[in-house]
Design a protein around this ligand. Structure first.
Ligand code: HEC
Ligand code: HEC
Ligand code: HEC
Ligand code: HEC
Ligand code: HEC
Ligand code: HEC
Ligand code: HEC
Ligand code: HEC
Ligand code: HEC
Length: 411
């Protein structure tokens, strides 16, 4: 039975082989003369090939012909698209909902439409600019990969490099009036470090803020609004804060104003208050007719008070631990103080002292009670130790008395 099956497979393969070769004259002839990095060799790894498409599906022609000159004569042979033709060349299938629906209904068919709204697309269709990105600048060509596979040029961890190929190249970007520091800045940012160094796919790559194909990601009127997608809490606080309207009126972007866009560094308490390094001082001064300055001072003070209370509790608890006391409950409560500290720092974005105090005061109260409990644990330790000394003395006296008595009896 097994032998029959093998025979059948072999026979089938023998018949099938020439048929497949005839189907892909384009591929086999091109492989014969192209270098290893030529289209036909690269194409072996292309998603289109693994989904059963061939050269002819993009370029046109007749795959059974054996001469390139004949191929070029075939009606509908498209040849090589120019830079400006590429988006429609790809869009012929990718914008065709009926076609894609049969192939893979879950794949969006809006790439070309969105691309047209982007700065890249407008430059291409409006000005025929050859420097601007088209589909293959981001996706490559002949070795296009499924975007979810780690070797894809548009996989999250490869995106910064893909965009940076143009945007970090001063010469390439020379004729445009925009900076070329986005990649370098991003690499130093909390987001860049999280994604590129720790592989944290929750951190945004360029496209999470700028969109894959459109001018902005879906659902956003401006790129400056995307932060709230992931930082919902800070976003909501800001949205209900006095800054909301003030920023809109002054055209200040919401989050970037204090955190920047590409070089977002790890925030610290130094950004608060009325001393050097405070972001508040960039816009608020004493006596400028609103409560900005006073609030800045009060917020910093309340964060500081909580920090000091936490440090005090921690130190005393450590002392109790070295004395061997049971501190599990207090450790747990100190964790809650740490959460209160995080919440207080987030609450900064309400730009309202009462909101900040609502978290910090609760934290301080908890820290104080940990301190008090740690102190009584330490007292208990000394009490027990005193008890131990008394007991030791009594035992010693008894032992001596016993010794004396035994000596006497012996004597
Ligand atoms: C018998 C070999 C052979 C076959 C079969 C063949 N090609 Fe070619 N192809 C060539 C050669 C040779 C060139 C030209 C290289 C040059 O002139 O520099 C070429 C050039 C091309 C080009 C570049 C644009 C142009 O028109 O010159 C494309 C695109 C192309 N082939 C696609 C195809 C497709 C699609 C098929 C199948 C339908 C195909 N080829 C079949 C040999 C072949
Ligand atoms: C998904 C669509 C697609 C498929 C499939 C495809 N090509 Fe192409 N091909 C293109 C595009 C787009 C260009 C233009 C590249 C550019 O502007 O750099 C191109 C350019 C070319 C060129 C000329 C430029 C060069 O790099 O030398 C040749 C030759 C070529 N293709 C051959 C092939 C062959 C042979 C196959 C099959 C093995 C194939 N292509 C499959 C889209 C495709
Ligand atoms: C002949 C129709 C056709 C043309 C032309 C075409 N594609 Fe595709 N493309 C497909 C099909 C079919 C798939 C596979 C869809 C599936 O089954 O997931 C695909 C898949 C893709 C994918 C992977 C999608 C994913 O899941 O990440 C990318 C990226 C892609 N194509 C880009 C391009 C680019 C860029 C061009 C132009 C150079 C192009 N395609 C031209 C039909 C086409
Ligand atoms: C500026 C870079 C860029 C350009 C230009 C670009 N893409 Fe994409 N493309 C991406 C990114 C980034 C993704 C998403 C990767 C991911 O899923 O995280 C993507 C995803 C895709 C996908 C997978 C399905 C989807 O929509 O998520 C297809 C198909 C695709 N692109 C086709 C195209 C076509 C066709 C064009 C030209 C009209 C094009 N792309 C232009 C960057 C680009
Ligand atoms: C092939 C080169 C190239 C690639 C790749 C490329 N871009 Fe661009 N991009 C340009 C050019 C050229 C401009 C036009 C600059 C201008 O006119 O201000 C531009 C403009 C932009 C702008 C608008 C800048 C402005 O004027 O406000 C953004 C945002 C942008 N690109 C983001 C990206 C992102 C994100 C990626 C990767 C997913 C990317 N680009 C990939 C070349 C490229
Ligand atoms: C956390 C979100 C975010 C990430 C990640 C991000 N950007 Fe931006 N980017 C912005 C914002 C916000 C602006 C300002 C847009 C505005 O004011 O309209 C901007 C502006 C730009 C501009 C316009 C010129 C400039 O510098 O002001 C370019 C080009 C650009 N980004 C490219 C990139 C590239 C390339 C990457 C990846 C290396 C990237 N961005 C990553 C949010 C982001
Ligand atoms: C796709 C989701 C996403 C988007 C969009 C996003 N971030 Fe983040 N952000 C993260 C993640 C994940 C981290 C955690 C990185 C870490 O801690 O190492 C983070 C960290 C931060 C931090 C440091 C937080 C801390 O506790 O140290 C700041 C500040 C920040 N982001 C601001 C922004 C701003 C401003 C924007 C918009 C311009 C933005 N983020 C857009 C996901 C996002
Ligand atoms: C980019 C400029 C800018 C920065 C930075 C800034 N503010 Fe403001 N803030 C404003 C503007 C503008 C107003 C509205 C002033 C008005 O209505 O008179 C405002 C209003 C306020 C108000 C309401 C004042 C009132 O009397 O209603 C408070 C409170 C406040 N800011 C606190 C802060 C704190 C705390 C910081 C630092 C964490 C800060 N601001 C940083 C620009 C800024
Ligand atoms: C007026 C200045 C200002 C604006 C506007 C601002 N922040 Fe902050 N942000 C701060 C300061 C100051 C800190 C540091 C607090 C600390 O560590 O004591 C901070 C800390 C953070 C943190 C880390 C602490 C936490 O909450 O987890 C994140 C994340 C953050 N900001 C995100 C955002 C986002 C998202 C926006 C826009 C909705 C935004 N910020 C707008 C001043 C600002």
């Amino acid at each position: 039975m097994l032998r029959n099956l093998t025979l059948f497979t072999l026979t089938f393969a023998l018949f099938a082989l020439p048929a497949m070769a005839a189907d892909s004259n384009c591929l086999s002839c091109h492989q014969d003369f192209e270098e290893q990095d030529g289209p036909s060799h690269k194409f072996i790894r292309d998603i289109h090939r693994s989904k059963g498409l061939d050269c002819v599906d993009c370029h046109g022609g007749d795959p059974t012909l054996e001469d390139m000159d004949d191929v070029r004569e075939v009606k509908g042979y498209r040849g090589v698209p120019s830079h400006a033709e590429v988006p429609r060349f790809c869009g012929r299938c990718h914008s065709d909902a009926a076609y894609m629906g049969q192939r893979n209904p879950s794949l969006p068919t809006d790439q070309l439409d969105k691309y047209k709204t982007s700065v890249h697309g407008k430059l291409l269709f409006g000005k025929g600019d050859k420097n601007t990105a088209n589909c293959i600048s981001c996706h490559s060509v002949h070795d296009i990969a499924d975007s979810r596979t780690p070797h894809s040029t548009v996989y999250a961890t490869n995106i910064p490099k893909t965009c940076g190929r143009c945007h970090a190249d001063e010469v390439y970007m020379a004729k445009y009036n925009i900076p070329t520091d986005q990649l370098a800045d991003y690499q130093q940012s909390v987001h860049g470090m999280a994604l590129l160094e720790r592989g944290d796919l929750g951190a945004p790559a360029c496209n999470d803020c700028h969109g894959n194909h459109g001018a902005t990601p879906p659902g956003f009127s401006s790129i400056s609004n995307v932060c709230g997608n992931c930082h919902a809490l800070q976003w909501e606080l800001f949205d209900n804060s006095p800054h909301k309207i003030a920023y809109e009126e002054n055209d200040f972007p919401m989050c970037e104003t204090c955190h920047s866009n590409h070089k977002i560094l790890r925030p610290s308490d130094d950004m608060l208050g009325i001393t050097e390094g405070s972001v508040c001082l960039e816009c608020h001064a004493q006596d400028d007719g609103n409560h900005g300055y006073e609030t800045a001072a009060a917020v910093a003070e309340s964060v500081n008070k909580l920090l000091v209370a936490h440090l005090g509790a921690r130190a005393l608890l450590n002392d109790a631990i070295t004395k061997g006391m049971m501190t599990t409950d207090e450790e747990f409560r100190l964790k809650e103080v740490e959460s209160a500290l995080l919440e207080t720092r987030s609450m900064v974005h309400a730009f309202n002292i009462d909101s900040v105090l609502s978290r910090s005061e609760a934290g301080v109260a908890k820290a104080d009670s940990v301190t008090a409990n740690a102190a009584s644990l330490i007292d208990e330790y000394y009490f027990r130790r005193r008890g131990l000394v008394v007991a030791t003395v009594i035992i010693a006296i008894l032992a001596i008395a016993l010794y004396v008595k035994i000596r006497r009896m012996a004597g």
